[in-house]
Design a protein around this ligand. Structure first.
Ligand code: SF4
Length: 353
């Protein structure tokens, strides 16, 4: 990434600008660290130094809720020390860690629990180390293809104007005969990625949903029409395109809501976008821990989390989760599948989970 990219006026004012920025001292030894520092200074942001990106303890805020809101507006720039990648089934073999945390406020987001007391946003400046680790994973699995998911712990498109890291990974995978990248986003700020040398090795997916879900549960993200417009741009730039319908939520009028979603996709997507199109479907699920956290952070949420109405699914490692009972899950899967094939007969449905 060049300094020019960071300092160029960003065309849409809705890009994320944090209120507070913390730097690990070592981050300043990397060009990316220095560039982000310059950007933060130019934006007039409050800058602090911290010993470790895992230990931001002095965030302002009087209540837990206030601290949470401020954490979501706080950027921490540091080094990724753990270079052991998590697995990322079913969408990929590994999660590639280029950022952690997100400025969106989706009520149902699983980062609520996985990030626990550290909901602030971390970007990593040692991309060479991260890419070298990815190379090792690719080599280990050769001659099989290895897929990496870049959105397991963040929404990297929403942070790209700050870090430029996603473009680096896209171009790295473009050069890898056996490496593939995929990520999902709810943000429309894709312009800086359109000229990347992706070599069709990156599947660019957008998260979409029925109006009811976007309106009630996804504050702080790009609106549906912005995501679709961005999907068109991405498809015209030659990226393989996909949509993740997630979380699929049973609500009054859900059939109409999901039918309309597919209709709108069909009406609004350009022709280029519908060749090689994939869909992934994930029904809403929650754990007891998530429910507690969500109710504290979004006390007025309309998100239905009644254990009585759900089926308990045992987890492989400890705590299980609540999903829809089989009859509801099947109804959702069958109906949305029909709608997808009705509008996009050549699309591939990768999974429903
Ligand atoms: Fe979570 Fe994605 Fe929403 Fe960010 S945009 S809060 S990562 S669901």
């Amino acid at each position: 990434m060049t300094t020019e990219l960071l300092t160029r006026p960003v065309p849409n004012t809705a890009v994320f600008v944090p209120e507070l920025v913390y730097f690990e001292p070592d981050a300043m030894n990397y060009p990316k660290g220095q560039q982000i520092y310059e950007w933060a200074k130019q934006q007039g942001l409050e800058i602090h130094m911290t010993t470790s990106h895992n230990q931001i303890r002095d965030l302002p805020g009087d209540t837990e809720l206030e601290k949470y809101r401020i954490a979501k507006q706080t950027l921490v720039v540091g080094l990724r020390k753990t270079l052991k990648f998590d697995t990322s089934k079913p969408s990929a073999e590994y999660a590639i860690p280029i950022a952690t945390g997100c400025m969106g406020h989706c009520h149902y987001c699983y980062l609520q629990t996985t990030l626990g007391a550290k909901p602030y946003i971390r970007v990593y400046v040692n991309m060479d180390d991260i890419l070298a680790a990815a190379q090792k994973y690719i080599d280990e699995r050769a001659p099989e293809i290895t897929r990496f998911e870049a959105a397991c712990t963040s929404d990297p498109v929403g942070l790209e104007h700050i870090s430029g890291s996603l473009k680096q990974v896209i171009e790295f995978m473009g050069q890898q005969p056996l490496g593939r990248l995929r990520f999902v986003t709810k943000f429309h700020h894709v312009d800086s990625l359109l000229d990347a040398n992706h070599n069709k090795h990156t599947r660019f997916r957008f998260s979409v949903n029925a109006d009811y879900v976007i309106k009630n549960f996804e504050p702080g993200t790009s609106r549906f029409h912005e995501r679709i417009e961005a999907a068109g741009k991405v498809a015209r730039a030659g990226y393989p395109l996909g949509f993740i319908i997630a979380p699929i939520i049973w609500h009054e009028g859900w059939e109409e809501g999901y039918a309309r979603l597919l209709e709108k996709l069909h009406e609004q997507l350009p022709q280029e976008a519908v060749q090689d199109l994939t869909f992934e479907m994930i029904q809403h699920r929650f754990t007891k821990t998530a429910k507690n956290v969500i109710q504290k952070r979004y006390p007025k949420t309309k998100l239905e989390m009644d254990e009585e109405k759900r089926k308990y699914k045992w987890g492989r490692w400890g705590q299980g989760k609540y999903v829809y009972p089989d009859d509801q899950a099947n109804a959702l899967r069958e109906f949305i599948t029909e709608q997808i094939f009705d509008k996009f007969p050549d699309a591939k449905i990768e999974y429903f989970t």
